[in-house]
Design a protein around this ligand. Structure first.
Ligand SMILES: CC(=O)[C@@H](O)[C@H](O)COP(=O)(O)O
Ligand SMILES: NCC(=O)COP(=O)(O)O
Length: 258
């Protein structure tokens, strides 16, 4: 397994800024191209049912104009499965959605929704699309994700990041241990392991030191930082943070050998 950890840049909130005034500026597709030029390994975009940020045309243009993998985030609805099968992105990540939520809250309830998720997973896989399930690092959710045939999970890191940001250290440590154990369990049942939501430079560096995790999807913090540092610089800083984290694995391996 390559030691490299991929960076997926989520351009949702470039569209949030654009939609604040209507019109076409700033363009999430231009942001995606800049992020790729600065080192992003892929682009993530979340086509929500309410189209509050990314819109259908954005997703279509991302698919046709970028030369790196497109990770299409969506709810597992008939409408979105139909759009994904037409768009044929490299990957789909199935996420929970509630219209009233400000951002993605919690992970998919794969255990409770296995019967409805399984057909969507199989239809997308049959179309050659890599399917990921956006879940909390709960053992039952991880095991059910493998059972219904998803090849990939993306661990929801929001609770860990929020607890750290708010100084709830005991809760943050508990969430971190859940993530560590979940990544190990997921790999042991044959799943490819990604992570995302709420990550910043420090938490991306920390989680990049988990060898089981091969992709991070990061958006809100990056776009916020880009307001101050520029998008290219922000992507380069994030890449460097992830590489520092990854090097800890090599360091730990050397210590073990010594
Ligand atoms: C699933 C996920 O964590 C991201 O796509 C996040 O949902 C960004 O979009 P929102 O900020 O609209 O939740
Ligand atoms: N799936 C996580 C993602 O795409 C980006 O989440 P965030 O960094 O915007 O919180």
């Amino acid at each position: 397994m390559s030691n490299r950890i991929r960076l997926g840049v989520n351009v949702d909130h470039v569209a949030t800024i654009r939609n604040a005034r209507g019109g076409r500026h700033p363009d999430p597709v231009r942001a995606a191209k800049l992020a790729i030029a600065a080192g992003a390994d892929g682009i993530t975009a979340h086509l929500r049912e309410d189209r509050r940020h990314i819109r259908d045309d954005d997703m279509a243009r991302l698919k046709s104009e970028i030369d790196k993998p497109l990770n299409f985030e969506m709810a597992a609805t008939e409408e979105m499965v139909r759009i994904a099968l037409h768009t044929k992105p490299h990957a789909v990540c199935l996420v929970p959605e509630k219209r009233e939520e400000r951002t993605t809250e919690g992970g998919l309830d794969v255990v409770g929704q296995a019967a409805s998720l399984k057909p969507a997973v199989h239809a997308l896989k049959h179309a050659g699309i890599r399917v990921s399930l956006f879940i909390a690092a709960a053992p039952a959710q991880i095991e059910m994700a493998a059972e219904i045939g998803a090849p990939v999970i993306e661990i929801h890191t929001g609770a860990w990041c929020d607890a750290l940001a708010e100084g709830r250290h005991t809760e943050a440590e508990a969430e971190w241990q859940l993530i560590r154990a979940g990544a190990l369990l997921a790999q042991s049942v044959g799943l490819e392991v990604h992570a995302g939501h709420g990550l910043d430079y420090a938490t991306a560096e920390t989680i990049a030191a988990l060898p089981q995790i091969v992709e991070l999807n990061i958006g809100h913090f990056l776009i916020g930082e880009a307001v101050f540092e520029g998008l290219a610089e922000t992507v380069r800083f994030m890449r460097a943070a992830m590489d520092r984290g990854r090097r800890q694995i090599a360091g730990a391996a050397l210590k073990e050998k010594a």
